[in-house]
Structures are given as C-alpha cells and as structure tokens.
Design a protein around this ligand. Sequence first.
Ligand code: HEM
Length: 141
Amino acid sequence: MSQSYNRGLIEDFGRWREFSAGMWAWIFHKFTGWVLVGYLFTHIAVLSTAIPAAGAEEAVLTAGEDVYTQTIVTLEDLLLVRILEVGLLAVAVFHILNGTRLLLVDLGIGLESQDKSFYASLILTGAITVASVPTFIAGAF
Ligand code: HEM
C-alpha cells in the first residue's frame, strides 16, 4: 500500500531556509526578469526626453542645455543612480548567465551539475559586478 505525507506548500516563503539551490535559482530568475522589465520602461521614459531635445536650437544642443542632456547629467550626478546602475548590471548579468544555463539544461546539457552551474552563475555575477564598480563610480565624487 502506498504511503503519503504532507510536505506542506513549497510556495510557503516562511520555509525559505529549506529551499534548495533550484528554488533559489527560480526565485532569482523571476525577480531579475521582472526587474529588467521594470527597467525597460524607466529607460524608455528617460530616453523619451530626447524627443523635445530633437527640436532644440543647435546652440542649445552644443552647450548641452537641452532637456535630454540635462536629464542625463542630473541623473548621473546622483550617487544613488550610480549604485542603482551597478545593481542593474548585477541583475542583467545574473539573468543572462542563469537564463543561458536554463536553456542548456532544457537541451539536456549539464543535468547532473545544476547546483554547481547555478553557484557558478552567482560567483561570476558577483565578480563581474565588483569589477564594474570603478567604471560606474568614476566621476561621481
Ligand atoms: C540574453 C538574455 C536573456 C536570456 C538568456 C534569458 C533567458 C530566460 C529564460 C530561459 C527564461 C525562462 C526561465 C524558466 O524556465 O522559468 C526567462 C524568463 C524571463 N525573462 Fe529572460 N532572458 C534574457 C533577457 C531578458 C530580458 C532583457 C528581460 C526583460 C526585459 C527578460 C525578462 C524575463 C522575465 C520577466 C522572465 C520570467 C517570466 C516568468 O515569470 O515566467 N529576460 N529568461
């Protein structure tokens, strides 16, 4: 006779200490994917300030006083924006590395080493993010 037991809902986030590497990979992938979608709309909003700038006088553009240049300069002057840019890079790099890993797993490649490849995605994301900090922070102070 078969036996069953109540393992509870795996979707119960109160049990996060019991989550496996695969569950964390799933959560991080969804999270980073939706952060990228959110960034996409923010990015379009900022870039759309180039529309009124396109009609500006040449002298205004040369002096960098058009709305688009002013928007970019104002944003880049904020340390918070520089920090968010580093975060965005981390999110994008993780999503690309983990997404590529998932596509390979879907093809049956690396099925036996999914935990290891997930940890490798995390470590590589951390290394690339740390290496990017000097570039993003340059000129912020
Ligand atoms: C080289 C770039 C990318 C790769 C390789 C990639 C790969 C993937 C893969 C394989 C999945 C499905 C994961 C699963 O099986 O559950 C996924 C999900 C997702 N991706 Fe990407 N992706 C990339 C870029 C992007 C970008 C640029 C965005 C947003 C603008 C994005 C947004 C999402 C979202 C929102 C999901 C989750 C959808 C859901 O809730 O099920 N991805 N990605």
